[in-house]
Design a protein around this ligand. Sequence first.
Ligand SMILES: [Mg+2]
Length: 299
Amino acid sequence: MSSQPLSAHNFKQLFHSVEAFLFDCDGVIWKGDELIEGVSQTLQMLRSNGKKLVFVTNNSSKSRAQYALKFQSLGIPVSQDEIFSSSFAAAMYLKVNNFPPQNKVYVIGGEGILEELQLAGFTGVGGPGDANKTIDFKQNKFFEHDKSVGAVVVGLDPNINYYKLQYGTLCIRENPGCLFIATNRDSVGNMTSLQEWPGAGCMVAAICGSTQKEPIVVGKPSTFMMDFLLKKFNVSCSKMCMVGDRLDTDILFGQNAGCKTLLVFSGVTTQSALEDPSNNIQPDYYTSKISDILDLTEA
Ligand SMILES: [Mg+2]
């Protein structure tokens, strides 16, 4: 079925049939540290109409607590309980799979992953601490790695380097049963307000290349996070609407979970990409940005 542009008529139906709106963050709520126009008023309107708001982000650079602070600094009241980040998902994946707490987790990614691992009772190593490590083949003829690492978590890492690649690769290839977990495989993202930057997908691809293994993906489009969301919010998936700017993560996640889906063009997807014959992911609705719904409810 092809997508429909959001209109006053179909939005009214959507609005009344949906109890919770799930929002992606990068390219929907903000771009880098800049809020997208009208976001604050839109979220306020939804809340005052009794809609539950949930934020589901693949960006693993921050923990839920750090995201709550970011929302606060942008003047939007959001509680940590309303945030589901892929950094949290990575820690929860280990928890529900009874990962032995005595085993370590090597992180290629940001502080957010380390913080969520710690909150879940796990020991994360690597991450930003390995940002400045370098390799010299004359000095590092043999690279030592920790044999007690039982999982490698790979997310967005602006400081990825050859040291981290070798560390993660050795753990996955040589430590028996070592898990390879990807927070997400986004190709690009709006890390700043002015342009798109390589996403976690490129860091994950580097480790796929060296290990010849495929990761367990815990972020969108995987519905792994949905179980945690459902435990917190007593809403059935059919009464949720996933709002996002990426087809292959946000919209696919919404569809995989049985939610309504709304694509916005304020991030990485253009209308021509949606309409391109090579695209086979069709959201229920599309519109330019989330604040369009303010005009539609007034219409
Ligand atoms: Mg996004």
